[in-house]
Design a protein around this ligand. Structure first.
Ligand code: ASP
Ligand code: MG
Length: 409
């Protein structure tokens, strides 16, 4: 009998009615002749509410990560019990397991633990006994048996890792969208659902803002070769298969366009063009926990150069505060300039490895529409630009059209 792992996200289990709906779907999958393991998230909003509660009792102090994990894991624990109850009430046979009970072992990094290994003996035993197994996403246990969590969005990782551990025949990530689209359908109205996408493309799309799934889970799936489907829990439409790349995939040069809002840019002007300067700048930024994205350094003509980088707008103040003392040290002609209101747009596709002219085509589409490019960065399978945020939606539409992404390939 085929073994399937299904993951239901927070929206899919967001209300009692939706939990009943999920219970029915799980039962249907079982009736269709499968053994079913379901991984569930906390009900929509619950993780955030728990964080809020922690805040309220901590009087401005930072609660320990250990206690945060004890707290946050309760969100998923609520859902597994409710899902099992719902299935049982419908005449099915379900049992819930916490991450620890399901054999998910992690390192000790509370709030962002990594899975170290999975011993799914209990899962197998219950499946052999014809149970539906409902597993709490996002959590595991440290070597000492403490509760750990896997970072925001970590239920995806639980599902993918569990699918690998029990050698499931199929892993489905059920969510509130129909799959991965050629661009955000709220922005590009004729965006199309992608039938099949390679892990690397999915990673580029995700890290560039198309947050269908947690990036770490896609990396994990790639590493262990877990083929999975992203589909909606709210209808029966086929979703997007995420898988290893195969030669046919290269026929489509651009798989999708992704956009990211609320970016900002920091430029440090007149920095001495000598070894170690960039290292010091980026070490300082990284020590402050600021995540940076694109980096551009100009060719220097006068022994001085400008270094720019982009980051999320919410990190801008922190970056400035961190860099101010360093800038002073570097000399009095050095200064920082910051810009908010920046958006990022990327075209992604593994076919770009073997095709040329993609950048030219993208830049012309932008130019024809009077959209100015500020920064450019590329990888083997991606070309990204930053532009004025107010032009981002328009840019997404013109680039999407330029690559003909709305028509079936
Ligand atoms: N409940 C956790 C979160 O909101 C994990 C998840 O939903 O995947 O981040
Ligand atoms: Mg979630």
């Amino acid at each position: 009998m085929p073994l399937i792992v299904q993951k239901y996200g927070g929206t899919s289990v967001g209300t009692p009615e939706r939990i009943l709906n999920v219970a029915q779907q799980i039962l249907d999958s079982q009736k269709a002749g499968n053994r079913v393991v379901a991984v569930v998230s906390a009900m929509a909003g619950v993780t955030n509410q728990l964080i809020e509660l922690a805040d309220q009792v901590s009087r401005g102090n930072q609660p320990t990560n250990r206690e945060m994990d004890v707290l946050l894991s309760t969100g998923e624990q609520t859902t597994i019990a409710l899902c099992s109850m719902a299935i049982n009430a419908m005449g099915g046979k379900a049992i819930s397991l916490t991450g620890a009970q399901a054999g998910i072992a992690t390192d000790r990094e509370h709030t962002k633990a990594r899975i170290s290994n999975i011993t799914p003996d209990e899962v197998h035993r219950l499946l052999d006994d014809e149970h539906i197994v409902i597993i709490a996403g996002f959590q595991g246990k440290s070597p000492e048996g403490r509760i750990t969590t896997l970072g925001r969005g970590g239920s995806d990782l639980t599902a993918i890792a569990m699918a690998a551990a029990i050698k499931a025949d199929l892993c489905q990530i059920l969510t509130d969208v129909d799959g991965v689209y050629t661009c955000d359908p709220r922005v590009v109205l004729d965006a199309r659902k992608i039938d099949e996408i390679a892990y690397d493309e999915m990673l580029e799309m995700a890290s560039s803002g198309s947050k269908v799934m947690q990036s770490r889970s896609v990396e994990f799936a790639k590493k262990f070769g877990v083929r999975f489907e992203v589909r909606s829990s709210l209808n029966n439409n086929p979703g997007t298969i995420v898988t290893e790349e195969h030669p046919n995939m290269e026929a489509v040069v651009v798989r999708g366009v992704s956009i990211e809002r609320e970016q900002a840019k920091v430029t440090i002007e007149n920095v001495p063009d000598s070894p170690g300067v960039a290292a010091r700048i980026f070490q300082a930024v990284s020590d402050a926990g600021v995540i940076i994205d694109m980096i551009v350094q100009n060719v220097s003509k006068t022994g001085k150069t400008d270094i720019s980088f982009t980051l999320h707008r919410s990190d801008l103040t922190k970056a400035e505060e961190t860099l101010n003392p360093l800038v002073e040290e570097l000399g009095n002609s050095v200064f920082i300039e910051t810009t908010k209101g920046i958006g990022k747009l990327c075209v992604v596709g593994i076919g770009m490895r073997s095709h040329s002219g993609i950048a030219a085509q993208m830049f012309s589409a932008l130019a024809d529409n009077g959209i100015n490019i500020q920064m450019i960065s590329t990888s083997e399978i991606k070309t990204a630009v930053t532009i004025d945020e107010s032009q981002l939606d328009k840019a997404a539409n013109v680039v999407h059209t330029a690559f003909n992404l709305s028509s079936e390939s």
